[in-house]
Design a protein. Structure first.
Length: 708
């Protein structure tokens, strides 16, 4: 069947395509349109915020294996690999698992507040992603809680106007990793459909013991033009991850046996389904309304390696836990964007409603250990007094928000942005296990609410046709998570953390567009920052840490002319406790926060010797950082080299090669220490390392029919 383009479809798509897919355009240039800074298509030159964009052609060219290979090319962004798509994050914050980021898909949070998961990006189908936008700094005025360090918005790939299909396979030599990607798309009249899928397998036969992992993901998107002025868009995304949790190593094993794992049964299993239905229409002249209905279903079960405690040398029995958390959400996102001739102004206003049910169960485990090998061999239920478990509760989460943003040009070459969002959050917590005496199985049932207003004020000024500067003041906040409040028997008295963001930036394009510059100076002051304070290995509690300050410089350079292309993304930062007194004899005020590298850089030099061919050398650098709050144990940092090469062949075929850790450097993806600074320092019992992978070689083959 031939593809048919109706006049109504062409008119409708011309009006709505920018709002639906603006993130797919050329990154780092002043004509670029972005959607994440104002929840509508906006010129980057008029956006008073630091935004990094990775476009679709870069994703197709570089064939990233992990989400980190996508976002780590943006200055000031660092996705930290914890194995099998488990990760932590750093955007204007130390590397951590804290709920200080908002992860979005087409502008809708992929998880409700209160159940942030630092591994949540494994719920994204990278094969179905068209482009990625990262808003750095507090963005709560538009996206609500958790958008403190930043927000990452993944735009789903739209249907192609003509028939398109692709198949890609890849395999590496030491990780036991292989993957299959497929895609198909076409448009028939007013209806366009796109299907994207990938299946990845990591066998247990690789350089690292007990590290197998499987992931399957698919996305289905349909766009239907209702009229010249209205479009209906539906997306369905489903992912499944079943992975071993290798766990960390002590200092001796990290130095001598980086491929070792003492675990044989720890696991992580995630099942995620999201469905969105969006109606976009020009409801009034110069006005665009969008109504999005969304649902989420998440099931997360794990027997985590980090809860195994008491597994010291010589022990035959230690303890662990097994838990399951579930999320079932229904929500509505309604917004209207109105443009005015007066001052070339624009008003955006909307309502966000999210109702989520979040049941949670947890069991204590008795773990058998082989003292000779140090391996944890098997486990059994340790809840002798209550076989149902030690935690069994349901929390209903309700988030209601009103948001608005006004943009105007009161002076020539100047754009002013003023916005705010009012959030009300309520947790309705119900414990199904009756607390009784010493056998206390959780806190008493309660209802708890939080309310915050998050303002934003920013402005841009065009220095000339090629350069502009901007300033931005914004506030972000993050309420306590359900796990922080109800994860233990006692409910801590936690307050929402608030963050004030101050930044100045410069964007410029030179050499007829071949050279592009993005630079930003920022300071992020936090009050009542919620931290997990480690009392002893495996024993921690949540606390408000007083005041924190993160500040730094972010610099991005991109060059592309002739046969050469190059990029540099670097960030120099300081993350410090301004006030954090743990006890009368333990004060971390003035200390650098742990796992906060002073500098993080990514650089790449590419060469195209002929049409369809490219070879590139990439450098990744992570500076040294303190592993503990006391600033007495340090990780020395590392520098890695990666090599990429690809060749387009005749008939739609392409072959490519990737070599990671080219110099075979020994390094740690993550390093932490429980040493408080008081008492004896015992490296093997207090320090923990996640070893990085040795040199690996991946080969790939791709076939494409038609154009994306």
């Amino acid at each position: 069947m031939s593809t048919h383009y109706s006049p109504r479809r062409l008119a409708g798509l011309a009006m709505l395509a920018a709002a639906a897919n603006a993130g797919a355009t050329e990154p780092q240039q002043l004509e670029e349109m972005v959607v994440s800074a104002s929840r509508g298509a906006t010129r980057l030159a008029e956006t008073p915020a630091a935004i990094g964009v990775v476009r679709q052609d870069i994703l197709q060219r570089d064939r990233p294996k992990t989400m980190g290979e996508v976002v780590n090319r943006i200055a000031g962004v660092y996705w930290n690999d914890l194995g099998n798509e488990q990760h932590s994050m750093s955007i204007r914050q130390p590397v951590s698992t804290n709920a200080v980021y908002q992860y979005l898909e087409d502008g809708i949070p992929i998880r409700p507040l209160g159940v942030f998961n630092h591994n949540a990006l494994n719920e994204i189908n990278l094969a179905g992603t068209d482009s990625v936008e990262v808003v750095k700094g507090a963005a709560s005025s538009l996206y609500g809680s958790n958008a403190v360090g930043g927000a990452i918005n993944f735009m789903t790939a739209a249907p192609s106007p003509t028939p398109y299909a692709s198949v890609s396979v890849r395999r590496d030599n030491i990780n036991g990793y292989q993957r299959l990607d497929t895609a198909a798309s076409d448009t028939w009249g007013d209806l366009g459909l796109r299907f994207s899928h990938y299946s990845a397998r990591r066998s247990g036969d690789n350089w690292q013991q007990y590290s197998r992992g499987d992931k399957d993901a698919f996305s289905l998107r349909g766009d239907y033009v209702l009229s010249d002025h209205a479009l209906l868009r539906a997306t369905l995304v489903h992912t499944e991850l079943d992975a071993a949790m290798t766990g960390t190593l002590n200092q001796t094993d990290y130095q001598r046996q980086p491929g070792k794992s003492v675990n044989r049964f720890t696991y992580r299993r995630d099942i995620s389904t999201r469905a969105n239905l969006a109606w976009e229409a020009e409801t009034v002249a110069r006005g665009l309304s969008t109504v999005t209905l969304f649902s989420r279903k998440n099931d997360h079960g794990q027997l985590p390696s980090y809860t195994l405690v008491g597994c010291s040398a010589g022990a035959t029995v230690c303890q662990g836990s097994e838990n399951n958390s579930h999320v079932d959400s229904l929500g509505l996102d309604l917004k209207h964007q109105q443009d005015f001739v007066w001052l070339a102004s624009r008003l955006l206003a909307g309502v966000y409603l999210d109702n989520s049910a979040a049941p949670y169960t947890s069991n204590n485990l008795r773990v058998l250990r082989d003292p000779a090998s140090g391996n944890n061999l098997s486990y059994s239920n340790a809840n002798l007094l209550n076989p149902k478990g030690v935690r069994d509760y349901r929390a209903d989460i309700r988030n209601v928000a009103l948001f608005g943003q006004w943009e105007a040009s009161p002076l020539a070459a100047t754009r002013v942005v003023l916005g705010a969002r009012a959030d009300r959050i309520r947790y309705d917590y119900r414990n199904t296990l009756a607390p009784a005496g010493s056998d206390n199985y959780g806190a008493a049932s309660e209802t708890r609410s939080f309310s915050r207003i998050s303002p934003k004020l920013g402005a841009t000024y065009a220095l000339d046709a090629r350069s502009n500067v901007y300033a931005n003041l914004s506030r972000g906040f993050t309420p306590p998570e359900l796990s922080q409040l109800y994860g233990k028997t006692g409910v801590p008295d936690l307050r929402p953390a608030t963050y004030n963001n101050y930044e100045l930036g410069l964007r410029s394009t030179q050499l007829d567009g071949a050279l592009k510059l993005n630079a930003a100076l920022y300071r992020l002051d936090g009050s009542d920052t919620i931290v997990s304070y480690t009392i002893a290995p495996g024993n921690s509690e949540n606390r408000n840490a007083g005041r924190t300050r993160s500040q730094g410089l972010e610099l991005g350079l991109n060059y592309d002319a002739g046969p050469f292309d190059a990029r540099l993304a670097t960030a120099l930062a300081s993350h410090r406790y301004r006030s954090y007194r743990v006890a009368a004899n333990l004060d971390y005020s003035g200390k650098q926060m742990p796992q906060a590298p002073a500098d993080i850089s990514s650089a790449e030099l590419g060469y195209r010797p002929a049409a369809g061919a490219r070879v590139a050398l990439e450098l990744l650098h992570q500076g040294r950082y303190w592993m503990n709050n006391a600033n007495t144990v340090r990780y020395g940092g590392h520098t890695l080299l990666n090599l990429r090469a690809n060749q387009v062949l005749a008939g739609g075929w392409e072959v490519w090669l990737q070599v990671r850790n080219l110099s075979d450097r020994r390094y740690a993806d993550n390093a932490s220490s429980a040493y408080t600074g008081l008492g004896a320092y015992l490296p093997d019992s207090q320090n923990a390392y996640t070893p990085g992978a040795p040199r690996s070689v991946m080969l790939g083959l791709n076939y494409t029919y038609g154009k994306h």
